[in-house]
Design a protein around this ligand. Structure first.
Ligand SMILES: Cc1cc2nc3c(=O)[nH]c(=O)nc-3n(C[C@H](O)[C@H](O)[C@H](O)COP(=O)(O)OP(=O)(O)OC[C@H]3O[C@@H](n4cnc5c(N)ncnc54)[C@H](O)[C@@H]3O)c2cc1C
Length: 490
């Protein structure tokens, strides 16, 4: 079905993107149901010289889809089947499915899951292609560590569309196309219509081919009120948290059963929070949980409130992410930390969160990483970060378009002050390990913003970039699939 401006359904489909700063204005929105319809869309776009883009879950933080240059938008939201494919001996997931739909179908059908992101509304199309991580990643690795194959519609040198199935099998001539979808990012190689998942080395019935999540999960919110938090207490907490992750993120750690995110909100929001999600069925769950909170809070100077809930794994996994409501304009940037933030960096964060000229919902988010994630070689997947202990995300949300410059500026100042020694970004070195394409920031491509001397693509993909570029040359030689942060053909 093709929806055009003037159609009652147009606005809802065009405005499906997460960030209200960016608006899509395509001439045509193709709501597709199979790869052959996607091929038609690609053939038309090439023939008519229309810029083409693709949306799955619509949770992109940047304007990589919502950009007026795109005249044909392929919308995969109706392609969300999750089945067990006997021929491939793997779970087939259509690329328009949302994580929550995938978790539900895999768990209710077979008792298994993939270690994807925390937000059930995120779509697999972008999330998997970018190398997604989530609450089970310290135990089971990244979602792409379980990716067996992809079905991708690509355009050849003559611009003709074709559908390629690329697997991780050693003898597969299209193996590099599979590899590019283990973190190379969405929208830069073709349009993925289907993913297949099976854990490497797994055998037996379907229920043995992917990880089984814990039967029950504990979810805890630890809250410190800003009103009682001194700068010394704040600094202590963030340093404690970093030191704890440096000490407890080795493969095989008992704490691989626990995920957490330290959420440092702007002081206007009133609180700083630590969200913990952990396997509730361990003999030592309560002790491990309490020890962790005690370690983070040591010397902070106040007792936080600790709100513990428990539920089945699925109940917790399907809890919606709290909405920012009208605060739907956004700017963010993400990265990886090999070592904890330094005291000077924590000081820069403290000053930004208490900036009296900032009225947005600012956030510095430090998510647990490491353990199983770090058992994989850096070149085995396109996402190269395999020895970090924390994922980092700077974010800001606000409502009023008139505040765009101020609030984007707030995030830039925060980022520059924390990473001033490395040109304003967490460029790879001994302490930090570059960016993350699923937390995109086009500033990386701007030499005024990125003064590190390290190109944006090396910040994200490090030494994997040349191979990704070869995949681009082979499968998208005409650069049909491109956006503000896709890689260029050589
Ligand atoms: C609230 C929220 C929570 C998040 N939590 C996590 C988390 O816990 N862990 C994590 O790793 N990430 C997380 N993310 C980031 C998320 O993984 C990325 O934003 C992801 O790219 C979104 O995918 P999507 O399909 O929903 O987005 P879309 O906006 O549809 O697409 C994002 C990008 O992928 C491309 N793309 C989409 N579908 C396809 C396709 N079928 N084929 C080829 N390219 C495609 C698009 O063109 C675009 O460039 C979160 C994001 C949000 C907004």
């Amino acid at each position: 079905m093709i929806v055009r401006p003037g159609d009652a359904r147009y606005a809802e489909l065009a405005e499906r993107g997460y960030n209200n700063r960016f608006v899509a204005t395509p001439d045509e929105i193709w709501l597709v149901h199979c790869a052959s319809q996607v091929e038609k869309a690609v053939n038309q776009a090439v023939a008519k010289n229309q810029r083409i883009t693709v949306r799955s879950g619509g949770h992109c933080f940047e304007g990589l889809v919502d950009d007026p240059q795109f005249r044909l938008l392929v919308d995969l939201s109706e392609m969300k089947n999750v089945t067990f494919d006997r021929t491939m001996n793997a779970f087939a997931v259509e690329a328009g499915a949302r994580l929550g739909e995938v978790y539900k179908a895999l768990y209710e059908g077979w008792g298994v899951t993939v270690p994807g992101g925390v937000c059930p509304e995120v779509g697999v199309g972008g999330h998997v292609s970018g190398g997604g991580y989530g609450p089970l990643s310290r135990r089971h690795g990244l979602v792409v560590d379980h990716l067996y194959a992809v079905e991708v519609v690509v355009a050849d040198r003559g611009g003709k569309a074709r559908t390629v199935i690329a697997t991780r099998n050693a003898g597969d001539p299209n193996r590099d196309l599979w590899w590019a979808h283990t973190g190379g990012g969405g929208g830069g190689f073709g349009i993925v219509t289907r993913f297949w998942f099976r854990t490497p080395g797994a055998s037996g019935g379907a229920s043995a081919l992917l990880p089984q999540p814990p039967a029950r999960m504990r979810k805890t919110i630890v809250t410190w009120p800003w009103a009682q938090l001194t700068e010394a207490g704040f600094t202590r907490m963030v340093l404690n948290h970093g030191a704890w992750h440096a000490a407890n993120s080795a493969p095989g750690s008992v704490y691989s059963a626990m995920h957490s995110s330290l959420q440092l909100h702007s002081s206007l929001a009133g609180t700083v929070q630590l969200e913990i999600r952990m396997d509730a069925t361990l003999k030592d769950t309560a002790k491990l949980h309490d020890d962790y909170i005690r370690a983070v809070n040591a010397g902070v100077g106040l007792e936080p409130t600790v709100d513990v809930t428990e539920g089945t794994w699925l109940e917790i996994a399907l809890e919606p992410t709290p909405s920012y409501g009208e605060y739907a304009r956004q700017k963010s940037m993400g990265g990886h930390l090999r070592k904890p933030l330094t005291e000077a960096q924590v000081g820069a964060i403290y000053r930004s969160l208490n900036d009296p000229n900032h009225f947005g919902a600012g956030l510095v988010y430090l998510a647990a990483y490491g353990c199983k994630i770090n058992t994989v070689e850096s070149s085995a997947t396109a996402i190269p970060q395999r020895d970090s202990v924390l994922k980092l995300w700077y974010s800001n949300n606000w409502a009023d378009p008139a505040q765009d410059e101020t609030e984007v500026g707030w995030l830039r100042t925060l980022r520059k002050n924390v990473h001033g020694a490395t040109g304003g970004f967490p460029v790879p070195n001994g302490r930090q390990d570059g960016g993350y394409i699923n937390y995109p920031d086009v500033d990386m491509r701007d030499p005024v913003q990125n003064t590190s001397g390290v190109p944006w693509y090396s910040i994200i993909w490090k030494d994997n970039y040349p191979r990704l570029q070869r995949v681009k040359n082979t499968y998208d030689p005409k650069n049909v699939f491109r956006h503000a942060l896709s890689l260029d053909p050589a």
